[in-house]
Design a protein around this ligand. Structure first.
Ligand code: CP
Length: 307
């Protein structure tokens, strides 16, 4: 195995195929730690990891915090709403002040694309992107790839459908970049208003027919329909989306018995996914969450240069 050389994790695009394999292999060895009675190894003892989330999060923030704690790092959550940001301090000044307390890694989520890159250019700590606007969510793509590989033993040659609001989805973009790099064939699907123009140039196939995608896929990643987008007239109505694109048990009957269903969360039951599919045998949704801890342990371990 070659050496890990990156101090930050900003995007999936910046990782080579070998580096993605390295994250997945490292995560595989860490997954077992979370099933022990004592869920801790000393790999990052003495390191400090700060969570700086300017947007809401359940899964990503909690799993990064658990990942750091299970590697014995100290963790701090900055409560953005009660920080001095509300008094007009810039986000970079906030981050610089946090760093001045000798932290080792900052995990950042922000609604504006590019904030993690600005931190990486201006700070000495390791910066990990936990989602920036509609642009990138690298650890979600890594945990999705880990989950698929764990179930099916490979990524190469698989047909993966990503269905929903592709235009505004950082998860879609990062998964497209990662999965195609690993040799999977990715078809994005949704209403034409929610598919970015020229997405084929990033390696995606495009379909506007979810039934076709169900018939051809090994794995489907369903995305949340962001209700707040409706006022921008991307969709005639949420109900219409559910009828045209919502994945239901009835629709799934057209696909392979082994077709796997994934969703990064949070999900709208009854819109992009019916409750029986979300809770059904083909669903990997909670396994994705479980695997998120192992993958984030791997990322922290690698970027912090643990031995
Ligand atoms: N998948 C995901 O990013 O979920 P959270 O917004 O809860 O972190």
């Amino acid at each position: 195995m070659s050496e890990w050389t990156k101090r930050h994790l900003l995007d999936v695009e910046e990782l080579s195929k070998e580096e993605i394999e390295m994250v997945l292999d490292t995560a595989r060895s860490f997954k077992e730690v979370s099933s022990r009675d004592v869920k801790k190894v000393p790999a990052l003892r003495g390191k400090t990891v700060v969570m700086l989330f300017f947007e809401p999060s359940t899964r990503t923030r909690t799993s990064f915090e658990l990942a750091a704690k299970r590697l014995s790092a100290d963790t701090i959550n900055i409560a953005v709403n009660t920080s001095s940001l509300s008094k007009g301090e810039t986000i970079l000044d906030t981050a610089r002040n946090v760093e001045a307390m000798n932290v080792d890694a900052i995990v950042v989520r922000h609604a504006t694309p590019g904030v993690p890159q600005i931190f990486a250019h201006n700070l000495k700590s390791s910066i990990i992107n936990a989602g920036d606007g509609c642009r990138s969510h690298p650890t979600q793509a890594l945990l999705d790839m880990f989950t698929i590989k764990e179930k099916l033993g490979r990524l190469e040659g698989l047909k993966v459908g990503i269905v929903g609001d592709i235009l505004h989805s950082r998860v879609a973009r990062s998964n497209l970049m990662g999965l195609t790099k690993m040799g999977a064939e990715v078809t994005v699907c949704g209403p034409s208003t929610l598919i970015p123009v020229e997405i084929e140039k990033l390696g995606a196939k495009v379909s506007y027919d979810v039934d076709k995608v169900i018939k051809q896929s090994d794995v489907m990643i369903l995305l949340r329909i962001q209700k707040e987008r409706q006022k921008d007239h991307f969709l005639p109505s949420i109900r219409e989306y559910a009828i045209e694109f919502g994945v239901t048990t009835e629709r799934l009957k057209q696909g392979k018995k082994e077709l796997l269903i994934m969703h990064p969360g949070p999900m709208n039951r009854g819109v992009e996914i019916s409750s029986d599919v979300a809770d059904g045998e083909q669903s990997l949704i909670l396994e994705q969450v479980t695997n998120g801890v192992a993958v984030r342990m791997a990322v922290l371990y690698l970027v912090l240069g643990a031995k």
